[in-house]
Design a protein around this ligand. Structure first.
Ligand SMILES: [Zn+2]
Ligand SMILES: [Zn+2]
Length: 189
């Protein structure tokens, strides 16, 4: 079980539960939750067994259906991401993977736009640096300063990389911790 548009749950003072989506949602999007068996942390057999025993269903989510594309954390972290077309990804939920053309340019097979590998890598490096700064800010107990940087990283990863992408998992987890800390600070103040 996994959640493609995972969200963060918070208990509101009025007794209600609020949710914050960790990715931009479009009208009509489905909100998906994780039942406690994360694809990156547990093997497929273990997940399927747990879901069947506790929730009585056979999971057919993408990681359970295509386990070779959704490896666990150790393999995922050593795998480079797959760039997708940032223009076509807006209308194709799974993203359109970029191809390397015979002329050395990277191109989108759908809209035919060309991209330079060097520019793509430079942009990625910048966003990863932004993530590391945000991570340090969180460790220095400055979650409000980390928040906008994390949102920027996640929105970039989401529109430029096919899921799963290790950097995206990492940024999502950091964003969850950041939100926890902000709420905790608010409660304490
Ligand atoms: Zn599943
Ligand atoms: Zn395209």
């Amino acid at each position: 079980m996994f959640s493609l548009n995972s969200f963060f749950r918070l208990n509101l003072p009025n007794g209600k539960t609020g949710v914050v989506a960790l990715k931009r949602l479009c009208p009509g999007d489905e909100l998906l939750d994780n039942y406690g068996h994360h694809y990156a942390l547990e093997g497929r057999e273990e997940r399927m067994k747990g879901l069947l025993e506790n929730y009585y269903f056979n999971c057919t989510c993408p990681p359970c259906s295509f386990p070779e594309r959704w490896p666990q954390l150790p393999q995922l972290s050593s795998r480079p991401g797959t760039f997708i077309c940032c223009h076509c990804s807006k209308t194709n939920p799974d993203g359109i993977a970029l191809h390397v053309g015979s002329d050395g340019w990277i191109f989108c097979p759908l809209c035919q736009r060309k991209f330079g590998m060097e520019t793509l890598m430079e942009e990625l490096e910048k966003k990863v640096d932004g993530f590391l700064i945000a991570h340090d800010l969180l460790l220095s107990n400055e979650p409000l300063r980390a928040l906008p940087k994390l949102i920027e990283c996640l929105s970039y990863f989401g529109s430029h990389f096919q899921v799963p992408f290790f950097r995206m998992n990492e940024a999502e987890e950091t964003l969850k911790q950041t939100l926890h800390l902000i709420i905790h600070k608010k409660k304490g103040s």
